[in-house]
Write a protein that binds this ligand. Sequence first.
Ligand code: BES
Ligand code: MN
Ligand code: MN
Length: 456
Amino acid sequence: MLPDRISSFISDHIEDFTRELVQFLAIPSVSTLSEHSDDVLSAARWVFDQLERCGFKGRIYPTERHPIVLARSPEVSGAPVLLIYGHYDVQPPEPLDEWHTPPFSPDIRDGFIYARGASDDKGQFLTYIKAVEAVLGAEGKLPINLIVLAEGEEEIGSPNLEKFLVDHRDELRADAVTISDGSQIAPGSPAITYGLRGLSYLQIDIRGPRFDVHSGVFGGIIHNPAQVLVDMLQKLKNPDGTVAIPGFYDDVLGLEDWERKEMVSTPADIDALMNYLGVSELTGEPGYSVTERSTARPTLDINGLWGGFSGEGAKTIIPARAGAKVSMRLVPNQVPERIDQLFMRFVKDLCPAGVSVEFKGIHHADPVLINRNTSRMLAAERAIESGFGKKPRFKREGGSIPVVNLFRKHLDQENILLLGWGSPDDGVHSPNERFCLDDFHRGIRSAAALFYEIAR
Ligand code: BES
Ligand code: MN
Ligand code: MN
């Protein structure tokens, strides 16, 4: 249900809301780069200021790295509590020369807003604040108690959030949590997400001679760290693309028949996908559909690789060092820490004498499966139907949101609504990231409707 007055208020103010989205997106809050720390703080202040203007009370809490915003709406006694989570940090925008307009100068064209963070997650998160503004503007008061928890470290694995949740348990008690940090099935086909993949992300560092040495003088008598690295990486996968680490699949929860049937009944648009990606063929685990491969089966990917000389021209050396960043997307019931151990043991055993291998854990997220049969899910379904004019379908997503299992673990929170307003072709983490302004509008409508549906 979305009262008409609110619906009109949103339509009448959508241009103001969009202007504020432009302001938010102009802050280069890249959490992984320390030179952007002040920008991450500015984004926190921007969010907090927005909330204060809606009458919320709270604080910006410093952490060891980037701050956390926690604020609460004025008490509506007897009404349920909905906790809204979002993140105001973004991924690095590089490669810059592939952007048609600069990543932090938001540009509106053809109904989309282009900027880093447009869809992931500033645009989606802002829908809730604008929904609050619209409800207050149209009705003068909220039907529900809201808590907003926004962090600036999601894109670096939420390293300080766990402690924060534990320390602030009581202030975070809620009847349900909503997170809009994912996507619809396709533009105009909204979805509720009930599964996310987990993540185990490591760095491998190989060291050989104490410095780069002449490959003519020393070639043939020592191991080359770059060669050792690629040999190891090559052995991580079987020829059919499955992961070769012993035990990797042991804890994988297979798909149920009904779930496979449901996934087959909404097949991915392969041509559209290939066209979006600019590749002429898709690949993946034998025996599984594209949807299963990208959301419900585990993977291993090299995210970055270095070693030796890659500048212009030639330099005949054996490099002293080589390295790689490798991530594994996990599914229920794989445990990131256990997968790390299996990975490290396997790689270590492949390392010849005379070179050393070291590992650095980069980050972790637990895989997620959420019960679809709850009254809160039904409330979310109705809210999305009011906002998008169409019933949502259920889906799993391949990305990871570390906070989800932290809510379960530390707050006993099982009512977690993952309501992505974005679209799979928004280009999250890619150059020319964008968010459809219609989705921004429909997201605000759905968020406002959710306040009423949860309160009902
Ligand atoms: N919003 C994404 C996760 C996502 C993407 C969920 C698409 C559903 C669909 C989130 O910001 C993200 O990028 N998470 C990281 C997690 C990591 C840094 C721990 C990821 O998935 O790589
Ligand atoms: Mn995100
Ligand atoms: Mn992201």
